[in-house]
Design a protein. Structure first.
Length: 137
């Protein structure tokens, strides 16, 4: 049995054309390695591209009163990292996520909410704090 090994570089060259919709279509593309050739099915297939983003969100009095901050994008589930002053916070414990007007909303909870504490010390967000977020969308 012969095992065909393809390098990651070879896979990057698989972009035959862009469909009118803007999605990249891999329709009947071929990969050749020596004497072996792989032909992708001619059924419709799309290549989903993932984009990463970072935001530094300076909180103001309105954000604190509202107890939430909206991100610039609708994020991919389970991809968000939130930190304040270098401390990482956790979804479900310190904040919750929802979709509002086609973007992701971060609602402060637990330690980040007004009156929140960590080990008996106030850890609530205040105006001027910078919410550092990183996510994919």
């Amino acid at each position: 049995m012969r095992i065909l090994r393809l390098s990651f570089l070879a896979l990057l060259t698989l972009v035959p054309f862009a469909h009118a919709s803007g999605t990249r279509v891999l329709d009947g593309a071929q990969i050749t390695n020596g004497s072996a050739t792989i032909t992708l099915p001619t059924t419709t297939g799309t290549l989903a591209l993932t984009t990463f983003n970072k935001e530094n969100l300076t909180l103001n009095g309105t954000d604190i009163s509202n107890q939430f901050k909206d991100l610039a994008q609708l994020i991919t589930p389970n991809s968000l990292t939130v930190s304040v002053l270098g401390v990482i916070y956790y979804e479900g414990l310190d904040y919750t996520l929802s979709t509002v007007s086609l973007v992701t909303r971060v609602t402060f909870a637990g330690a980040l909410a007004t009156g929140g504490t960590t080990s008996g010390v106030s850890s609530e967000l205040i105006s001027g704090d910078i919410l550092r977020v990183q996510y994919k969308y």
